[in-house]
Design a protein around this ligand. Structure first.
Ligand code: SF4
Ligand code: SF4
Length: 338
């Protein structure tokens, strides 16, 4: 007889892996921000502080420019050389959504991680999270699509390709990353007010920002409709206890669905962990057999690291801007675009 070894409980709970990955990724993003701050500091201090290479990953914070870059690439086959990682990361997250649902939102996005931390903290402090009134929830959910529609109309539909190319060659775009850093390190009173209100609402309502306001999540959600991976429920073992629906951060009625097709499902696997009878699994639309629990987390990591590696090896990761460009532009950052 083969000896059996108890497996650590966390290995059977893929949403625990997700939380670990989320927080490690957030720490890594903070480290990138710190390094980028040192990079900018070298130029603003006129060389008084040591030079630090620019971490290209900060381009992930330029999704609107990434969208403009996408249009240029689709129309002319040209990849913007100033912030190529913005396009690489956008394409990576779109590919992740096409194959592995909105996994970027619940596994990697630092705003999603903070948002999740906020409602969990709110639940601890207030004893519960509130649900938005249904009559308000539906129109509010439309807000993120309205914002997405606005950006798509302005950038993808209205702006001619020469205007996009001219924007991507402008000094404004060249130092948009520096402006983004200032947005975080020297926020205006309007920014502080918006972030403060969003934080308070995030303590009370689960994923307030992601559910109602994030146009990036809206875009990824639309792509995720094509993902072959879906949460599937086995009717024969399900007792309709509704624990899955109560646990779902996207507030989906999982206990009533055979297959979760919603654009709001982020593939967080919380419902899978919450089911006492193992009736829920991430599976594919093609193969009815449930996948081993490690497959989906591995897929998320492989897709992300694969997209970034492809950008790096193809030479579309680091900016073409040179030391002399930054030396000229960074001290002017506050004046460019005003
Ligand atoms: S938690 Fe499991 S058993 Fe309970 S309703 Fe959901 S799928 Fe069915
Ligand atoms: S249905 Fe499951 S995987 Fe999808 S968002 Fe809800 S808890 Fe997460």
């Amino acid at each position: 007889m083969n000896p059996t070894f108890p497996r650590p409980a966390a290995l059977n709970r893929p949403s625990r892996w997700r939380q670990l990955i989320q927080w490690l990724f957030l720490l890594w993003i903070l480290w990138l921000g710190w390094r980028f701050g040192q990079f900018v500091g070298h130029f603003t201090s006129q060389g008084a502080t040591a030079f630090v290479p620019r971490p290209a990953g900060v381009d992930g914070f330029l999704p609107i420019g990434g969208l403009a870059s996408l249009k240029l690439w689709l129309l002319r086959g040209e990849i913007d050389p100033s912030h190529p990682a913005a396009l690489v990361l956008l394409l990576t997250f779109l590919a992740m959504s096409l194959l592995a649902k909105k996994s970027f939102c619940s596994w990697l996005c630092p705003v999603g991680t903070l948002s999740e931390g906020a409602w969990k903290l709110g639940r601890k402090l207030l004893g519960r999270n509130w649900r938005m009134w249904r009559w308000l929830d539906i129109p509010l959910r439309g807000l993120k699509y309205a914002l997405l529609g606005f950006f798509v109309k302005i950038l993808l539909l209205d702006m001619p390709s020469f205007a996009i190319a001219s924007f991507l060659q402008s000094p404004y775009w060249a130092i948009s990353d520096v402006k983004m850093l200032r947005f975080f390190t020297a926020p205006s009173s309007l920014t502080l007010t918006v972030v403060g209100v969003a934080t308070l609402l995030s303590l009370v309502y689960q994923n307030f920002w992601c559910r109602y306001l994030c146009p990036y999540g809206a875009l990824l959600g639309l792509f995720s409709l094509l993902s072959p991976f879906k949460i599937r429920r086995e009717r024969h073992s399900c007792t309709s206890c509704q624990r899955c629906s109560a646990a779902c951060p996207a507030l989906l009625p999982v206990h009533r669905l055979d297959t979760v097709m919603s654009v709001e499902c982020t593939g967080c696997l919380t419902c899978v962990d919450s089911c006492p009878h193992g009736s829920l699994r991430m599976g594919t639309l093609i193969e009815r057999k449930p996948l081993p629990r490690w497959v989906f987390p591995l897929l998320v990591l492989v897709l992300y690291s694969g997209g970034v590696s492809l950008g790096m090896v193809s030479g579309h990761w680091h900016s073409s801007l040179e030391y002399s460009d930054y030396l000229r532009l960074i001290p002017l950052a506050d004046r460019i675009g005003h």
